[in-house]
Design a protein around this ligand. Sequence first.
Ligand code: IVH
Length: 716
Amino acid sequence: MAKTSKVKTDKTPVELLTSKQAAAEYARLQTEIAGHDKRYYQQDAPVVSDADYDELRRRYNAIEARFPDLRTLESLSLKVGAAPTGRFKKVRHAVPMLSLDNAFAEADVVDFVGRIRRFLKLGDDDKITFSAEPKIDGLSMSLRYEDGELVTAATRGDGAEGEDVTANIKTLKEVPHRLKGKHIPKVTEVRGEVYMTKADFLKLNERQKAAGDQIFANPRNSAAGSLRQKDPSITASRPLGFFAYAWGEMSEMPEDSQSGMIKWFERCGFNTNPLTKICHSVEELIAFHRHIEEQRARLDYDIDGVVYKIDRLDWQERLGFVSRTPRWAIAHKFPAERATTVLNDIEIQVGRTGTLTPVAKLEPVGVGGVVVSNATLHNEDYIKGIGGDGEPLREGRDIRIGDTVIIQRAGDVIPQVVDVLLDKRPKNAKPYSFPKKCPCHLHTDVVREETATGEEGARNRCTGEFACPFQKIQHLILFASRRAFDIEGLGEKQIELFFENGWVKEPADIFTLAARNNKIKLEDVEGYGETSVRNLFAAIEERRRISLECFIFALGIRQVGETTALALARGYGSWQAFHDAALKVATGDEETIAEMDALDQIGDTVIAAVAAYFSESHNKGIVERLTRELTILDAQKPKTDSAVAGKTVVFTGALERFTRDEAKATAERLGAKVSGSVSKKTDYVVAGPGAGSKLAEAKKHGVQVLTEDEWLKLIG
Ligand code: IVH
């Protein structure tokens, strides 16, 4: 049976902890916080809200203050370089950092200009001047100068409040520490985009790979990851650029136009984008869009569109803002990047849940600065041209090996084959026949299955389940991955190696590896040495204590992703409680099924998947052997005794007393559900200044509207 932790976070006030309880919780919090720090600083992928994080940190510090003997060299309080809470300090923007409305089609640009003409009551002969600029795909940054000295650099954050990354920004060569020129306003806030060039991004990933460190998905993520470093010397080692294009608080305006401001930024010592151009009509704007799109792939930095801004600042002021976007500017986005190449082969990949995905093996081709040699073909029907994504494009036209195909890459999305050029089809090309047997050694039958939503076309699944080696490997990969057990040094390659050698056949084997190493002798395996083996075993050891939500997610139950795992963990509180319920659900126990169904975010599909998983004896064995090796920590159960427990709350408007994340975290901790839209089911709408349509919706449905203060009073 699993050893469940006796530590109940947040239950016992620190003053009442015995020294033994304190020691256990101190150690647990240290591991948990270190995990969050890693996700936040190194992986740019935090999984808890700042408010939750700060609370962990506060409790950790409080325990340490009461039991100073617990402090060791590993204590988080001794780590320097970050704010007292371990993260960056928050900075409130003097002027909010807003976003832009998007145009996709030319008609949207016509509308944009028409709206402006009407709003400003311009006659047909009145000329409008626009500043047209590339839209840089990086991170927006606000740089505050007082008396010409850089005092604060802040990320955008939620627009109202960002993070103080001054020390890191000061390492960028393209950000002046002191503004050049004579008449510098007392307060100058320069805004723009921090970015990494495509070439530097590729080089950085090479270096990261060689060092076994994290690989970034795109230049934007690598720029974000590079800025979110506790140690500014790491940021300094990453080549980041900066383009200035906007401003925040200005005690005085040195110019009266957008283009004038851009030139002024240059005189102050900033880089501005050299492709920026003045335009006078819709036609010129559209020609600019086309011209920049043509150059896009050749540019050394990622852009995702162009931005048109009214040049006259007095007009910008008159036009003002609609909710959170200016009326005087619009982003005209580019469609996804495409390229043409030859389909050399189709390979079948088997996923963790047995889905067979056809992968196009392509003649390598550059798409928007990245070389692509694999792309997804989705599923059998997609290849046949009778369904699935992109279907209207090529109805009735199948895809064959040897075909010339069009591939598309949009942002982080896996490249996909979107079309086929029939006039280039080789004469002998035969229609592709999808395998009827799984490529695994079992050669199990492949069955066709409709997806739950029925939208993506039929999927083919191997029926081998956990006996299929592909599925086993995929499950082990998920198990050790960052989102689950997060075992450093146990990635895809290593798991394949361990699996093929029979050293790790199921998750429990990972935790018995060290004890069996006198036979395996991993240190003698190519690519390993004594240090790396020691590190790997230490990383495994460290994860013997695991949070309930990570554990449930790591089991690889179909339909149970991270969010669902968290909902189940919160709903049951302990592994024992969840496991008992799951076993009962598997036997069809109606009462337990009803109980599970009553949990927030859990419905029939998840219950069916849990039941299927726990009725399989093979799975039960895997789980039992695994839990023997682990300590599964209890989850925080949401409170049920607060005034807002079970209520649905919507936050709207510019909140002033707390950030949106904070508000959400507090409400959820008190057992309330936070929703993004107002309906009949909403209990409270908490409205800050500037609340708009949601307030109207609340009135329509007769939902109680609270000010921020009233809300604080309600929750006590
Ligand atoms: S102007 C009031 N100009 O796009 C908004 N933004 O969706 C002022 N961006 O957060 C922004 N290139 O990060 C502006 N030339 C450009 C830009 C640009 C990229 C980003 C910026 C902003 C987002 C808005």
